[in-house]
Design a protein. Structure first.
Lengths: 299, 288, 303
């Protein structure tokens, strides 16, 4: 059930079928690739690896994120998809002992260059977390937090930003009369939409979402998926999800990760298996591991 | 997108804040260090060889032997512990093992109330009521009683914390074997909490030794006596300092400061040992 | 023909009898329980006795001469009757207030370093340990220390007293604040970082406000303890008899100092004043403690 969304052609959401014959495969590939426009690159990851101390948590990440598209990271738990997501906005900086190797470039600039300020990075690349985490402040102050940090003090300007963000998050009508109430009094789905509104209030370029719907019921989930499609025109979205049907529904491109057992120390390292247009991943995956995952044979 | 855009400029405020926070934390070390250095320097002339061996203390003759006061401090503290320990332990056990749930909070408030009353009020009561009205007079014993009242809340609350880390499964095992409640306590609670209880008692000891005002009022301010008789008037280091400071001349003051340094060293040592014991026992029982 | 009534064997009868049997074990249990109850009584008795004395004797003079107790100066000749603890009350407020203004911000900043920046590094562990040790420093030692570094240079003043009390309060505020900071969930910090907020700003606008009720409660408890301290003030504040509102100049006095001075006196007039001052001090510390507990209760409610 995917709503068509100009200018993007729709990704097919047919249930994962067994791999078609070879000639059919080529046809599907060409068709899919032709339907997805090549928007400029926002991120380019080259041989990215993430270490926690000496433990290598993820390796072999080579992918490029395109502007104004939704890219999904899928894979079994522990495969490193959240780890890779967090490396895109330098959230690993807050964990002592975490280290990113390889190159993560943002519009051609190495995100981990010493002159680059993590704070500036995060103003342009926002993040929505798995469990909604509104500040224990009013709804208004939650949304206004980011703009205030960026120096906007004028009340009328703040009012405008708050309204615009809440409208974009499809929350305005529900809360416009109780902006001064505590954000903690809302339902889980509302809180998550609040967190999305809070993130887009600073007008980032990219919105990263770490399993945004996993703590929500199906109705709230559907609303957020709808929101994602609307926001795509203004932002670039990267979403981590353990629900592959969700990836099939909303994303334009999908990256599939899996875990490998490290023979040296018997710990699991995540790695990127396949990254392609979503319709191809779900109908004609190139790698057998991808196929096993999407057909439910494992994971 | 230029690199310059990602450079960021507001580093100064962030770093200044961090420096401020480090400085504030470092104050603790600075103050403790200054106390040690400055006071020892001032007290140095009084630390003659007689300081720790002589029992004679006379301002007029400028002879300062601190032994009786060291004895007094330790003796009253011991008396206080002897009185306070069983009571504190009893209250802690009562609150954690016997009291029904509705009684627990009021009991905790009761002991906390005792902790809130300022020591000088206890001293006042001790002087005018306990020693005069009830005729107990000023002595080691009276001081010990007042100190016991004052350190009970500390020992009780720490003991309570330690006792509550006893795993319920151990207690249930004892009960399931048909033990009475006291036998269960003896078999599981006390062995488990022993270390922490020792630490709690030592912290109470440290507090009793450092207590100045209450002791100063009821201890009797006697000079030159080292007796075991609890009913005799005595003296303790903090009491001497408080009582004699007002009229002391320079060498006398130096001697009093020397007493303070001695007291500082002893209480710090006791507190160090006690804190280590308590922390280690809490860590052990939480990890278990 | 009568059937023989069923005879239980003695062993069976004993096994089926579940009533409690008197034995030395139960007796011992009851004895120990009794002892524990006795210790509770042993704690309640002095508490009640002290409060009773304070209220009985103190209320008499404080409320008989109601306004004058708070407004009159202390009689210089202590033999004279008459209320008048005004300067002492002012002194206590000045000294305690000053100490709070010094110790609370510094203590909060120190705790911020320990939890938000230092974590488990060497400096943080050392400071944490030393702060716990510092809470055990006898107040008389702190008083003499302040005498040496302040009173000798600048004379008696309320500020010297505030300094001494601040030294006593600092480790307590640091400890309590750090506990509260630990309770703030890390997700809140992450949310702020993800919006591009610097660490210092996150701490000031998100973490500290979230921990505020607990911090206030801890600070108030430290204030209550400081208000009752006597020894440090003996060496820093002096013994004035008149109202002195100046923080930095001239000797001042405080309720605790007055109680100490008058307790030793043999004049009943002075002793009466001591009881009244004790009542005031006890009320002050009780109220502050009560407010602190209310904050803790509100904190528990929020969760």
């Amino acid at each position: 059930m995917v709503a068509p969304n100009p200018p993007q052609p729709q990704a097919s959401s047919s249930p994962p079928a067994p791999a078609p014959a070879h000639s059919q495969r080529i046809l599907v590939e060409r068709k899919a690739a032709a339907q997805l426009p090549e928007t400029p690159l926002v991120f380019d990851c080259e041989n990215v690896e993430v270490y926690y101390g000496t433990f290598r948590a993820v390796r072999g990440v080579n992918l490029a994120i395109h502007a104004h598209q939704i890219t999904a990271f899928i894979g079994p738990s522990g495969c490193g998809k959240t780890t890779v997501l967090r490396s895109l906005n330098r959230m690993h900086d807050v964990i002592p002992g975490a280290r990113v190797a390889g190159r993560v470039s943002y519009h051609g600039i190495d995100l981990y260059a010493p002159e680059v300020s993590a704070t500036e990075v995060r103003r342009r690349i926002g993040m929505v977390f798995q469990k909604p985490n509104p500040f224990p402040k009013s709804i208004y102050d939650n949304i206004a937090f980011g703009p205030r940090v960026n120096g906007i003090r004028d009340k009328s300007q703040l009012d405008a930003v708050v309204e615009k963000s809440l409208r974009s998050a499809a929350l305005w009508d529900e809360v416009k009369d109780r902006l001064k109430h505590s954000a903690l009094g809302m339902s889980g789905g509302q809180q998550q939409r609040l967190c999305i509104a809070r993130t887009i209030a600073v007008e980032p370029e990219v919105v990263l979402m770490d399993e945004p719907c996993s703590a929500l019921d199906p109705i709230a989930t559907a609303r957020i998926e709808e929101l994602m499609r609307e926001l795509k025109s203004r932002f670039t979205i990267v979403i981590v999800t353990h629900n592959m049907q969700q990836a099939a529904r909303v994303s334009d491109r999908t990256a599939f990760f899996t875990t490998e057992v490290d023979s040296k120390n018997d710990r699991r390292t995540g790695t990127l298996v396949e990254y392609d247009v979503t319709s191809k991943i779900f109908s004609a995956p190139s790698d057998e591991r991808t196929e096993n995952y999407i057909t439910g044979r494992f994971g | 997108m230029q690199l310059a855009e990602l450079r960021g400029h507001k580093q100064y405020a962030d770093r200044a804040f961090r420096t401020l926070a480090v400085a504030a934390a470092g104050l603790v070390l600075l103050i403790l260090g200054m106390i040690a250095v400055i006071m020892t320097r001032r007290a140095w002339p009084a630390f003659g060889e007689q300081f720790f061996t002589s029992t004679r203390w006379s301002a007029a003759d400028e002879v300062f032997g601190a032994l009786p006061f060291v004895w007094g401090t330790l003796y009253t503290a011991v008396i206080a512990i002897v009185i306070a320990l069983p009571i504190s332990l009893g209250v802690a056990l009562f609150i954690t093992q016997i009291a029904p749930p509705w009684l627990k909070k009021p009991m905790v408030y009761l002991t906390d109330l005792l902790a809130v009353i300022p020591s000088v009020v206890f001293g006042l009561w001790g002087v005018l009521v306990l020693s005069q009205h009830f005729g107990l007079g000023r002595s080691f014993l009276t001081a010990g009683i007042i100190l016991a009242i004052m350190i009970t809340p500390i020992i009780t609350s720490l003991s309570r914390e330690v006792i509550e880390t006893t795993p319920p499964s151990e207690k249930e095992a004892a009960l399931a074997l048909g033990a009475t409640r006291w036998e269960m306590i003896g078999a599981s609670v006390i062995p488990h909490s022993k270390g922490g209880l020792v630490g709690a008692v030592m912290l109470g000891l440290g507090r009793a030794m450092g207590e100045t005002i209450a002791a100063a009022l009821v201890i009797g301010s006697a000079l030159g006596q080292i007796t075991i008789n609890p009913f005799a008037p005595g003296n303790s280091m903090p009491a001497v300092i408080a009582n004699e400071w007002g009229e002391a001349d320079a060498p006398h003051k130096a001697a009093l400061i020397a007493l303070a340094v001695t007291l500082f060293v002893i209480t710090i040592a006791v507190n160090l040992i006690a804190t280590t014991i308590v922390q280690r026992s809490m860590k052990r029982s939480r990890g278990a | 023909m009568n059937a023989t009534p069923y005879q239980e064997s003695t062993a069976t009868r004993r096994r089926n009898d579940l009533r409690a049997r008197p034995s030395w074990r139960t007796a011992k249990n009851q004895l120990m329980t009794g002892l524990m109850i006795a210790s509770v009584v042993a704690v309640a008795v002095p508490l009640v006795a002290v409060l009773w004395s304070v209220i009985e004797r103190g209320a008499a003079i404080a409320f008989q001469h109601f306004p004058e107790f708070f407004t009159q100066t202390i009689p210089v000749v202590s033999r004279l009757p008459g209320p008048g603890m005004g300067p002492a009350i002012l002194g206590t407020l000045l000294v305690t207030g000053g100490a709070t203004l010094i110790a609370v911000p510094l203590g909060i900043l120190g705790a911020v370093y320990l939890h938000e920046y230092g974590g488990n590094n060497q400096l943080a562990r050392l400071v944490r340990f030393m702060a716990t040790v510092m809470t055990g420093v006898p107040s008389v030692v702190m008083g003499l220390f302040v005498y040496l570094i302040w009173t000798l240079q600048f004379g008696y003043s309320a500020f010297g007293g505030a300094l001494a009390l601040a030294c006593l309060m600092l480790p307590v505020v640091i400890g309590a604040t750090e506990q509260m900071l630990k309770l703030v969930p890390s997700q809140l910090r992450e949310a702020a970082y993800a919006l591009g907020t610097t660490k210092s700003r996150t701490i000031v606008t998100v973490v500290l406000p979230a921990a505020l009720p607990g911090i206030v409660s801890g600070a108030l408890l430290a204030v209550a303890r400081a208000a009752g301290e006597t020894a440090p003030l003996l060496f820093a504040v002096g013994a004035a008899h008149a109202f002195n509102i100046h923080l930095f100049s001239e000797a001042n006095t405080a309720l605790s100092v007055q109680i100490f001075a008058n307790a030793n006196s043999s004049f009943t007039a002075a002793q009466d004043r001591a009881w009244a001052a004790a009542l005031t001090l006890v009320l002050l510390t009780f109220v502050v403690t009560l407010v602190a507990r209310l904050f803790t209760a509100r904190l528990a409610l929020k969760r």
